[in-house]
Design a protein. Structure first.
Length: 167
């Protein structure tokens, strides 16, 4: 009986040590196998290992970004309020996309969202805020689960780079 138990444990440990791979083949199918993928595989990960994050955001921030993406709509001639809106998002550590209105399609998209072409405007998931009002921005971000402040030492998480900022 003791021998049988040791044999089972040994076999179990060998099975646990086997490597499994997960990848997406060229046709888009997800493959999980114990053999390494061919050279044209995409999104390779080893099953059982911690998946590598594309960024160093805290879990709650990544989850909020996934469920409630943030977009800030700005324009080249918007200076003070657009900078304040961008700074508020960066101080909170909110990853966001900034869309500067440059084409008619951009203006039409914003008009569909807030009813008018008015910058800055903020979109958090399906909720929007026309114009900059710090309390309203913070309320939308709080409801979506974004952090109240950026982690110590973090860099701005969205918007235009400092050289591109309007003065």
């Amino acid at each position: 009986m003791r021998f049988l138990l040791m044999l089972c444990l040994a076999l179990t440990s060998l099975q646990a040590a086997a490597q499994a791979y997960r990848w997406i083949d060229p046709s888009g199918r997800i493959i999980i196998s114990d053999t390494p993928p061919p050279g044209k595989a995409k999104a390779l990960s080893r099953v059982g290992e911690k998946a590598e994050s594309s960024d160093d955001l805290p879990f709650a921030t990544r989850k909020a970004r996934e469920n409630f993406p943030v977009t800030l709509y700005t324009a080249a001639d918007c200076t003070t309020e657009c900078v304040q809106a961008r700074d508020l998002l960066n101080k909170r550590g909110v990853p966001f996309t900034e869309k500067m209105l440059q084409k008619a399609e951009d203006a039409n998209e914003l008009k569909q969202l807030v009813g008018d072409v008015f910058v800055p405007s903020l979109s958090v998931g399906k909720q929007t805020q026309r114009g900059f009002e710090a309390g309203a921005y913070n309320n939308l971000l709080d409801l979506a689960g974004y952090p109240k402040s950026a982690p110590f030492g973090s860099k701005p998480s969205g918007g235009l780079q400092p050289a591109e900022k309007a003065n």
